[in-house]
Design a protein around this ligand. Structure first.
Ligand SMILES: [Zn+2]
Length: 76
């Protein structure tokens, strides 16, 4: 489940295959492996990274909800 690392909102708008937008903060969240990259959308449409504002822990994707994968791995 992808969440906004800033306000912890989980109801993010999906804008691409691995890109989400938090309408509350006005920031873009991009999935990069097991972590989230956070960008602020500037007025001219360019993106500036906000990764420095968040720790690795805060940007880590919460992978608690994957029981199917666990079952597949141990189901033999
Ligand atoms: Zn937010």
């Amino acid at each position: 489940m992808v969440h906004c690392p800033n306000c912890l909102l989980k109801d993010l708008g999906k804008i691409g295959t691995a890109q989400y937008y938090c309408g509350r903060c006005g920031i873009e969240i991009v999935i990069q492996g097991e972590h989230l990259a956070v960008f602020q959308v500037e007025e001219d449409g360019s993106l500036s990274s906000l990764d420095d504002l968040f720790s690795d822990e805060e940007r880590r994707i919460n992978t608690e909800a994957s029981p199917q994968l666990i079952q597949k791995a141990s189901g033999r």
